[in-house]
Ligand binder design. Sequence first.
Ligand code: NAD
Length: 480
Amino acid sequence: MAEQKTPITVAYGDGIGPSIMQATLDVLDAAGAQIAPETIEIGEKVYLSGQTNGIEASAWESLRRTKVFLKAPITTPQGGGYKSLNVSMRKALGLYANVRPCIAYAPFVDTKHPEMDMVIVRENEEDLYAGIEHRQTEEVYQCLKLITRPGCERIVRYAFEYAKAQKRKRVTCFVKDNIMKLTDGLFHSVFKDIASEYPDIQHDSMIVDIGAARVADTPEDFDVIVMPNLYGDIISDVAAQIAGSVGMAGSANIGESCAMFEAIHGSAPDLAGQDIANPSGLLHGAIQMLVHIGQGDVAEKIHHAWLVALEEGLHTADIYKEGASAQKLGTEDFAKAVISKLGQSPSKLKAPSYADAKPLSLPSVGHKTPCKKELVGIDIFLQWQGGTPADLGEALKLTSNEELALKLITNRGVKVWPEGFEETYCVDHWRCRFMSSKDELDFAEVLSLQIRLNSAGYDVVKTENLYNFNGEPGYAAVHG
Ligand code: NAD
């Protein structure tokens, strides 16, 4: 056991947060965890006091100093209102890997999937969660999906290193690169490249829709699954729920220098203040935290005691089953039950060993050497409602010149000019692709086209430069 107490930052959060955090810290204290918690205030109360980002400067100071954060769930409004503090914290602290073990505890916790034992490794900073959204026209809103090569390399390598350290046999990749050929295509190609460096670990890939269906139907077939942010967010909740309860899974958010540990569920306002929530998700986050700070022995003691409590039917309401469970316990009493089992080991459930566990040490990801990048055209997006696609095409041809000629127009990604279908439903948002007649386009030509369009009364809402990288198009082909 470590002799010096490790400083950690703790936030009690919103809704059920304070009660599950207290229960978790009680168990850690009774088990002899050598931690020195510093409490920070984040979430609803901070927003309501006028701090619009939900976190005060002093809290950042604590987080950046301790570099270890045990966090209860916080409430984020849906639709409008303030931005998700969870997402901001993951990005600000560079917590790129979100690791979510989802395990069944049959026959002690009811589940249709008694053999399930999977870990979802979710990319945590990119994808649609970059939060770059715009309203571009009366009818059209946009959210940018950003996938980067360093982001893919870090998360995929993390998944393989995690599998190696945990003696897991297979890593599966979920993507949708049949549709998003550039963004998810990059994730998939990085996965295949890095997989080849781990010959002792099997690997395979699935399109995320069938992958999600298989997770819901036969989760026991999976081991480690790695995927971009949004898919991972959704599928890990499904996986936690079908393992028994969303209240039982914890998650670790790992970065190069900082780490944050939490439950996968939210603040469950419907259960707040009733002492009925299951603290196990946060307790599992805390177990991962203890391993991370080198107190694997304490982590193991807590995990074993928790398994003994489950085996003895000491259950919170979310997993309680008449006839199978022995006692329905509230949050606080469940923590006391776990404490009373410290020092015991489960007799049937698999007892994990953390004695030799160490945080993963991954190589830093470098940036790629620059490649030859040539501007070859431009997509100009217009808000326009003046007639048919053919009307727009004919009118825009007048703004073309020898350098930069209109090649096609799409609406919501489908080609409508030249030779579109009458049946295609069109909104007020038109993507007009102009291509250069030369190998490399002078950007001044792009600006002059924009000025011509503006002078002709067109509402240019956005432009995207079309580049070739080492001669390969860096833009998607057009449907239709
Ligand atoms: P939720 O996970 O809070 O709750 C969904 C349902 O799951 C609840 O109604 C409850 O029945 C059950 N549940 C959740 N945790 C439980 C527990 N510990 N014990 C027993 N049952 C439990 O999801 P939600 O209702 O969609 O979100 C509520 C709020 O939490 C929202 O503001 C959301 O933005 C926020 N949220 C925060 C985090 C986080 O802080 N990391 C994560 C997800 C959602």
